[in-house]
Design a protein around this ligand. Structure first.
Ligand SMILES: *[C@@H]1O[C@H](CO)[C@@H](O)[C@H](O)[C@H]1NC(C)=O
Ligand SMILES: *[C@@H]1O[C@H](CO)[C@@H](O)[C@H](O)[C@H]1NC(C)=O
Ligand SMILES: *[C@@H]1O[C@H](CO)[C@@H](O)[C@H](O)[C@H]1NC(C)=O
Length: 546
């Protein structure tokens, strides 16, 4: 067996101070070379995607307020875009790295993302957004630290570890993509990896008595995972930028695209510190069972853990999972990256301007599997929507084409854009009427998860909403035959991707865009919207923008 130390490499090249309009905001700059590499993962060779020769890629680390430059060199043979799962890109969807907002970075070229991280702290991750490249890796962790003077509601941990868990497929991502293009569904994964490594290949070195922050994200394609550590409890402190009420968990469900921070305190007792411990990430709500395995080691511990392994919760036990989800609530006493406590923002008292219902389903198009929202499966126009608006390329976005409620119309292909008035307060219900776990994400925003239940949603469910301390996050799971209700303050202008985090569903059309526009900007041609970042001077051209 091979043991590989998981080294946390900070690829921070420079820290300079700018003196322009972003007065004195520090800049962190990265240069990332994205390339293929032949690696053995779970014992099988595969051409994977590495960043600066690393898999997972380097940690992107910044402090709220920083300007971040990431210069990406595409050494693949395919177009490439990186997206920043959970970073809000305030008023700057130009940098979001999805095909609705950016032209791809072509092979052999480089492009620099430039954005400021505002009013957010926490744990996130980045991943390639095009062509199912995520199946080949190319992902990494993002840490956003609190600025000095903004209080953090727990003592500074003695160390931090980033733990990326996810399902892994032996098949080349291009062959997987071809299978989806030909109308097939993704096969079951071949295993679960932790930080790109197979069973017991990754380990985390603990010192007796120290407390560690573990930033855990599910970066896989389809599998919900249950995360647990042998004989160590986890104190949940943060999820996707929100400090949460501190509860201790022996295991945590982490669905595709979600991120959590937990504090784990190392053993001090003389027997405890002479042992090693298992970290498990095992599939849940899937018709197969697989687990990924890593280790915690102490300075003098023997290599192999002993004793009973932490048992998995019942694979199909939805009730316990829902209970856990509902126990994750905002800590109202603290204010995330803002100096004023979040509790002073009473989201439950804001009048809702609009309700949208997004129902996921499947369809066949020319006998091929597609995934839909309200009966529409997304297809990309030849030009990114953001550029279509900017250059007034008429006849691409058909206003009001997309039904914002489920309808009985025949399922179809379309380019779904929902126009939202800037500063509206919107209620969105995600309905999942099929027997499959769903995971929804909205770029550019965090939202309050106010309700969750089995069966069909109806107006009357509003009476049971949590209007006090619902957690604010950017990815939420929806259980089979269930619904989730969110409230969202539309205070971020731009073109924002709403997607299934499940790679197959996303690749086959389960997404849409929210176009959030300012007052007096109802006419899409009256853009750019006031206060929104102007088009970057290095913007890429493609499609009808030549
Ligand atoms: C490509 O990289 C070079 C060298 O680092 C840099 O000067 C240039 O600005 C980059 N191009 C883009 C479009 O970001
Ligand atoms: C949303 O509703 C509130 C309360 O009715 C109203 O004050 C506000 O103007 C509405 N928002 C917009 C953008 O019209
Ligand atoms: C789009 O339509 C507007 C209004 O009719 C017109 O002013 C503009 O020139 C058109 N743009 C293009 C690229 O045709």
């Amino acid at each position: 067996m091979r043991y590989v130390v998981v080294v946390v490499v900070l690829f921070m090249i420079s820290l300079v101070v700018l003196g322009s309009s972003d007065a004195l905001a520090p800049t962190v700059s990265y240069e990332w070379v994205v390339s293929y590499s032949q690696r053995s993962i779970l014992g099988a060779n595969k051409q994977i995607i590495v960043i600066n020769d690393m898999f997972p890629g380097p940690i992107l680390s910044a402090t709220a307020g920083d300007i971040v430059n990431v210069n990406i060199f595409n050494h693949l043979t395919e177009p490439f875009l990186m997206t920043w799962n959970g970073l809000q890109m305030r008023k700057n969807s130009w940098q979001d790295g999805v095909l609705g907002t950016n032209c791809p970075i072509l092979p052999g070229t480089n492009w620099t993302y430039r954005f400021q991280i505002k009013d957010q702290i926490g744990s996130y991750f980045y991943f390639p957004s095009l062509l199912l490249q995520k199946a080949a890796g190319g992902y990494g962790s993002i840490r956003v630290y609190s600025p000095e003077l903004v209080p953090v509601p727990f003592p500074r941990p003695d160390g931090e570890f980033d733990i990326l868990i996810g399902d892994w497929f032996y098949t080349d991502h291009r062959d997987m993509r071809a299978a989806l293009d030909n109308g097939l569904s993704l096969a079951n994964p071949d295993g679960i990896i932790i930080n790109g490594r197979g069973p017991e290949e990754a380990f985390f070195a603990f010192q007796p008595g120290k407390t560690y922050r573990l930033r855990i994200s599910n970066v896989g394609l389809k599998s919900s995972l249950n995360f647990r550590i042998q004989d160590h409890d986890m104190l949940l402190v943060e999820t996707e930028g929100s400090y949460v009420q501190k509860h201790t968990y022996s295991n945590l469900d982490i669905h595709v695209g979600q991120s959590y921070s937990v504090l784990v305190t190392a053993k001090t007792d003389p027997i405890g510190i002479y042992r090693s411990y298992y970290i498990f990430a095992s599939t849940r709500f899937t018709n197969f069972y697989m687990s990924g395995l890593a280790l915690i080691r102490y300075p003098n511990s023997p290599i192999d853990p002993v004793g009973p392994v932490p048992s998995a919760p019942g694979s199909w036990d939805y009730a316990s999972s829902v209970r856990q989800a509902l126990s994750i609530r905002e800590d109202l006493a603290v204010g995330a990256a803002r100096p004023n406590p979040q509790g002073s923002y009473h989201y439950g008292r804001v009048i809702v301007n609009r309700t949208l219902i997004f129902q996921n389903d499947v369809m066949l198009s020319s006998n091929k599997l597609r995934y839909t929202i309200n009966g529409v499966s997304f297809v990309f126009p030849e030009t990114p929507l953001k550029l279509v608006d900017h250059f007034q390329l008429n006849n691409t976005i058909i206003p009001n084409m997309f039904p914002v409620y489920p309808s009985n119309k025949l399922a179809s292909l379309g380019t779904s854009v929902v126009d939202i008035r800037y500063k509206d307060f919107v209620h969105i219900v995600f309905e999942n009427p099929i027997y499959d776990m769903q995971s929804w994400h909205i770029d550019g925003y965090n939202f309050f998860v106010v309700g969750m239940g089995f069966g069909a949603w109806s107006e009357s469910k509003g009476a049971g909403y949590n209007l006090v301390d619902a957690v604010s996050r950017s990815t939420i799971q929806v259980y089979p035959y269930s619904w989730v209700a969110i409230l969202i303050a539309m205070d971020n202008q731009g073109m924002w991707n709403v997607r299934s985090q499940k790679a197959e569903q996303w690749y086959l059309g389960q997404e849409l865009y929210l176009r959030v526009k300012g007052e007096g900007q109802e006419d899409p041609r009256n853009i750019p919207v006031r206060d929104e970042s102007p088009i970057p001077d290095n913007f890429l051209r493609c499609g009808r923008v030549t």
